[in-house]
Unconditional design. Structure first.
Ligand code: PMT
Length: 394
């Protein structure tokens, strides 16, 4: 059951319902009166394919499913966003609306994703309520630090739906990668032809950034070496912005000795122009030749180098023979794991919000089905943690 309180983050809950439904999890939504000021129950009815409950004292709603039955029906309750006011009610045992009554009647695990202004979050009384809820066995998810809807910056932003889903489905815990350094490459590179033109590719960085966020959530110290993209990186990671394949190579190689895990999700140019013209190339002949030379293979150099991190994951972007090429790369580049994706298709791959992965390692493989890249990243990070753990214990 998903409880929604009145806060601007309520719009993110629509995405949470979508992600839960994609995992075939049945969702019933309960909204407070304030929540309905931010987003319509109709949105949640359509997304959850179930009626939305909003009133405690409504005979029709009670006939459809009474509040005690609703509390018994749920095998998990997530309240996202949870306002300071609702959390205070839960903590004190007040039951003056449907959601607080359900909380009081619930016997299943309860998860709360707070969302509020940073000053409200930092108030001693809010922290007191949080502590009381935690001692009552409630799982608190987030909140995150960052820019807030009110324009202020600080703690109080609701965690992203993919993270909430990951906690709910126990795919990842904040302790998986505690004290582990992970370096991730993301996005495209740009290889200059002249001061205004370059060769590049369609990578948006979404896959690499989603992995960085999932690794961060799993407790890792994350360094993200990123080509030019338009995504904002979370504050907590160490972002190194680069443009060319050579710059990405230098940025990675110089930081590799202190890394435990390396994940190469970037679409690095395989070739770069031998010379870039200092001036803008003029339109003259009908044909124009550009001579290219191979770039350094960052992934292979890291995996075959003296400072090889404990666990290395490559990506393979293929338009044909996915398994064959991916397995070749796994072997030739001396990797622990390779995540292969189809590219150039209508769904998934470059610049899409969704993706699917065929993941191969020495002794096995796993299919991660088409889903949102943030959710997929959480699954891949969990798989990396599992296989890394196996490697370290054998
Ligand atoms: O960024 P998005 O829009 O979200 O798209 C995601 C993605 C499709 C870019 C991503 O999922 C992906 O497949 N990334 C790898 C793309 C790629 O360049 O694949 P490849 O098969 O050509 O390269 C194999 C591996 O070698 C990759 O891990 C790549 O990062 C690495 N490589 C390649 C060349 C090079 N010079 N150095 C490298 O490290």
């Amino acid at each position: 059951m998903l409880g929604i309180c009145g806060g601007i983050a309520a719009y993110k809950s629509a995405e949470l319902v979508r992600l839960l439904r994609k995992q075939d999890i049945e969702v019933r939504v309960v909204m407070t009166q304030a929540a309905m000021q931010f987003i319509s129950p109709l949105t949640f009815q359509a997304l959850s394919a179930n009626p939305v409950s909003t009133n405690l004292l409504d005979t029709e709603e009670e006939n459809a499913m009474g509040h005690i039955n609703l509390a018994r029906w749920a095998d998990k309750i997530i309240i996202a966003p949870a306002t300071a006011n609702s959390m205070a009610k839960f903590s004190l045992g007040l039951a003056d609306d449907l959601l607080s009554t359900l909380y009081l009647a619930a016997t299943c695990p309860v998860y709360i994703a707070p969302a509020m202004n940073q000053a409200m979050w930092n108030k001693a009384i809010t922290q007191e309520h949080i502590q009381r809820l935690e001692t009552q066995g409630v799982h608190i998810i987030g909140p995150e630090e960052g820019e807030q809807a009110c324009g202020e910056t600080g703690g109080g932003r609701m965690s992203e739906p993919a993270k909430i889903l990951a906690v709910l489905t126990r795919q990842v815990t904040p302790k998986f990668f505690k004290n582990i350094n992970i370096l991730i490459t993301a996005g495209p590179t740009r290889e200059a032809l002249d001061p205004v033109r370059y060769i590049s590719n369609r990578s948006s960085g979404k896959m690499g950034y989603a992995l960085a966020e999932a690794a961060l959530y799993a407790g890792a110290n994350v360094t993200l070496v990123s080509g030019p993209v338009t995504i904002t990186a979370p504050d907590k990671l160490n972002l190194v912005a680069v443009e060319t394949a050579e710059q990405m190579y230098q940025a990675v190689i110089s930081r590799i000795p202190e890394q435990h895990v390396f994940i190469a999700a970037a679409a690095v140019a395989d070739y770069s122009p031998i010379t870039a013209s200092k001036e803008k190339i003029k339109k003259q002949q009908d044909k124009h030749r550009i001579e290219l030379q191979k770039t350094k293979d960052i992934l292979a150099e890291v995996a075959l180098g003296a400072d090889r991190p404990d666990f290395i994951v490559g990506f393979a972007a293929e338009t044909e023979n996915l398994e064959h090429y991916a397995k070749n790369k796994l072997k030739q580049k001396n990797l622990d794991m390779i995540a292969a994706n189809w590219v150039g298709r209508t769904q998934g791959g470059f610049d899409s919000d969704e993706n699917a992965l065929e993941v191969f390692w020495d002794a096995g493989q796993k299919t991660l089905k088409m889903t949102d890249k943030k959710q997929l990243a959480v699954q891949l990070i969990a798989l990396i943690a599992e296989k890394m753990n196996e490697k370290n214990t054998t």
